[in-house]
Design a protein around this ligand. Structure first.
Ligand SMILES: NC(=O)c1ccc[n+]([C@@H]2O[C@H](COP(=O)([O-])OP(=O)(O)OC[C@H]3O[C@@H](n4cnc5c(N)ncnc54)[C@H](O)[C@@H]3O)[C@@H](O)[C@H]2O)c1
Ligand SMILES: N[C@H](CO)Cc1c[nH]c[nH+]1
Ligand SMILES: [Zn+2]
Length: 433
C-alpha cells in the first residue's frame, strides 16, 4: 500500500530525504561487511573467494565452458532466442549510432591533430543473480562492450539456480569471452585484484544489489567503474488523463525487483492518486513477487499530489530517478523541464519494461539520485581515447618562439631546448644559447 502525500514544501522533502538514505552505499552495516570481504579476498585471493561464495551462495565459484554455453543456447525455446537476438540487434544498433569514431583535422597552425578511440582492454560485467535471473542484463552489459571493441569480456554472476540456460544463451549471443559463476562483493574483489582463475579487469560495469554497488564503489580507483547502479527505481509523472491501471502496473514493475526498490507517483490529480492506490492493491493480488513489492512500496513508495506539472518536474529533478515515465496529455512538452533521470519514457505506450528489454537504450542506469551526474551505460562507457599530434618542420617553425617563451616562463629549459635544438644548425648545441 502506498501513502498519498500532499506536496506542501516540507512533507515531500522528508520523503525525498528518506529515499536518499536508502542508498545502500550509505548503509554503514553493508559497507562494513563488504569491506571485510574485499580485504579478505585481497589478502588471500581465491581461497577467500571460495569461502565467501560458499557462505553467501552455497557454492564455490566455477567457470562455465564454451560447450556449456552452446548447450544452454540449444536448450532454450526458439521464441526466447528470437526475442534475445532481437533485443541484442536493437542494443547494437543504438550503440553503433552513439559510437565516437576517431577524428583528425588540420590545426590552425597547419599541423594535424585529432584523437583515436580504443576499447578498454579487459572488462568485467556483473550480471545480478541473487533473487532473479537477468539474461537481459547480460545483453545490456556485453553488447555495448563488443560494439566498443573491448578485447576481452569477463562475465560474473552468482552460482545460484538463477544462472539459467537463458543467461548463458544471452552470453553466447552477446559474445561474452569468459563466464564465471561468482557473485556479490567477492566477485567484485576478485575482478579488482585477480584471484586464481578469476582475472583482474580494467573496468567493471553492471548493476547489482546493495553489496555489489558498495563493493564497486570501494573498488573504484583500482579499476574503473561505470556508475552506482543499485536497487531499481521508477518515478511516474501523471496528470488526470493517465490510466491508473497503466500507472500502477509500471510502479509495480520496478517494485518487484528488490525490497529496496522504489516507486513514486507525482501527480496533479488527487483522484488519480487514489485510483492508482486501489489498482496497486488489485494488481498485486495476482502477481508473483507480492512480498517484495509490498515491502518496497511500503518503505520506498508513495504518491505525491503536486500543484502543477512544473512542481512535479522540479521534484523529479531533485529525486533524479533511474526511470522517469511521463503520462500526461502532452508528454513531450514536459521533456525540456527534465534534467536528471537515467531514462525518460514518454507517453502511455512507452512502459518502463520496454526499455528493460527491447527498445535499445541500456537498462543499466544510475540510481539513488546519482543520475544528477552519471549517464546510462553505453558504448561510451567502454571507450577511451588518445590524442594524436603530427606537425612538419614547416608547421612547427612559425610557432617555435611561442613554445620556447611558454617553456621558459615555467623555467623548464629542457622543454625549450627540445624546440630550439630542431632549428639550430647541426653541431650548434652547447654554444651558450
Ligand atoms: N540499476 C540497474 O540498472 C539494475 C538492473 C537490473 C537489476 N538491478 C538491481 O540489481 C539487484 C539484483 O540483486 P540480487 O540480490 O538479485 O542479485 P546480486 O547478484 O546483485 O546479489 C547477489 C549477491 O549478493 C551477495 N549477498 C547477499 N546477501 C549478502 C550478505 N548478507 N552479505 C554479503 N553478501 C551478500 C551474495 O554474494 C550474492 O551472490 C536488484 O537490486 C535490482 O533492482 C538494477
Ligand atoms: N529494471 C531493471 C533496472 O533497474 C532492469 C531489468 C532487468 N530485467 C528486468 N528489469
Ligand atoms: Zn526492471
Amino acid at each position: 500500500m502506498i501513502e498519498i502525500i500532499q506536496a506542501d514544501g516540507t512533507r515531500e522533502q522528508a520523503v525525498i530525504a528518506a529515499m536518499r538514505q536508502r542508498a545502500a552505499e550509505q548503509n554503514s552495516e553493508i559497507e562494513r561487511a563488504v569491506r571485510a570481504v574485499m580485504e579478505d579476498v585481497r589478502a588471500r585471493g581465491l581461497e577467500a573467494v571460495r569461502e565467501c561464495s560458499l557462505r553467501f551462495d552455497g557454492r564455490e565459484p566455477y567457470e562455465i565452458t564454451r560447450e556449456q554455453m552452446e548447450a544452454a543456447y540449444a536448450a532454450c525455446p526458439p521464441e526466447l532466442i528470437r526475442a534475445m537476438e532481437h533485443a541484442a540487434a536493437n542494443i547494437r544498433d543504438y550503440n553503433e549510432k552513439l559510437l565516437h569514431r576517431s577524428v583528425e583535422w588540420a590545426s590552425p597552425d597547419g599541423g594535424r591533430v585529432g584523437r583515436v578511440v580504443r576499447g578498454v582492454t579487459r572488462v568485467g560485467i556483473y550480471v545480478p543473480g541473487g533473487t532473479a535471473a537477468y539474461p537481459s542484463s547480460v545483453l545490456m552489459n556485453a553488447v555495448p562492450a563488443r560494439v566498443a571493441g573491448v578485447e576481452e569480456i569477463v562475465m560474473v554472476t552468482p552460482p545460484t539456480e538463477n544462472l539459467s540456460n537463458a543467461v548463458l544463451a544471452a552470453a553466447k549471443i552477446a559474445g561474452v569471452d569468459r563466464c564465471i559463476a561468482v557473485g556479490g562483493a567477492q566477485a567484485v574483489a576478485a575482478l579488482t585484484w585477480g584471484a586464481g582463475f578469476i582475472p583482474r579487469v580494467d573496468k567493471l560495469v553492471g548493476p547489482g544489489n546493495a553489496y555489489v554497488a558498495t563493493a564497486k564503489r570501494l573498488a573504484y580507483g583500482t579499476l574503473d567503474i561505470d556508475m552506482v547502479a543499485g536497487p531499481s527505481e521508477v518515478l511516474v509523472i501523471a496528470d488526470g488523463s493517465a490510466d491508473p491501471r497503466f500507472v500502477a502496473a509500471d510502479l509495480l514493475s520496478q517494485a518487484e525487483h528488490d525490497k529496496l526498490a522504489s516507486a513514486v507517483l507525482l501527480t496533479t490529480s488527487g483522484a488519480l492518486a487514489e485510483a492508482v492506490r486501489a489498482e496497486i492493491v488489485r494488481q498485486t493480488g495476482y502477481l508473483s513477487r507480492s512480498e517484495i513489492m509490498e515491502c518496497s512500496l511500503r518503505d520506498f513508495g508513495c504518491a505525491i499530489v503536486c500543484r502543477d506539472l512544473e512542481e512535479a518536474a522540479a521534484l523529479a529533478n531533485e529525486i533524479a530517478p533511474e526511470h522517469l515515465e511521463i503520462m500526461t496529455e502532452d508528454p513531450r512538452a514536459l521533456l525540456p523541464a527534465i534534467r536528471n533521470a537515467g531514462a525518460v519514457f514518454l507517453g502511455a505506450w512507452s512502459p518502463e519494461p520496454l526499455g528493460d528489454y527491447l527498445a535499445g537504450p541500456d537498462h543499466v542506469l544510475p540510481t539513488s539520485g546519482t543520475a544528477r551526474f552519471f549517464s546510462p551505460l553505453s558504448v561510451e562507457s567502454f571507450l577511451k581515447s588518445m590524442s594524436v599530434i603530427e606537425y612538419s618542420r614547416e608547421s612547427l617553425f612559425p610557432i617555435r618562439e611561442e613554445i620556447i617563451a611558454l617553456a621558459e616562463t615555467e623555467k623548464l629549459t629542457a622543454h625549450a631546448n627540445s624546440i630550439r635544438v630542431r632549428f639550430e644548425a647541426a653541431g650548434a648545441r652547447g654554444e651558450g644559447k
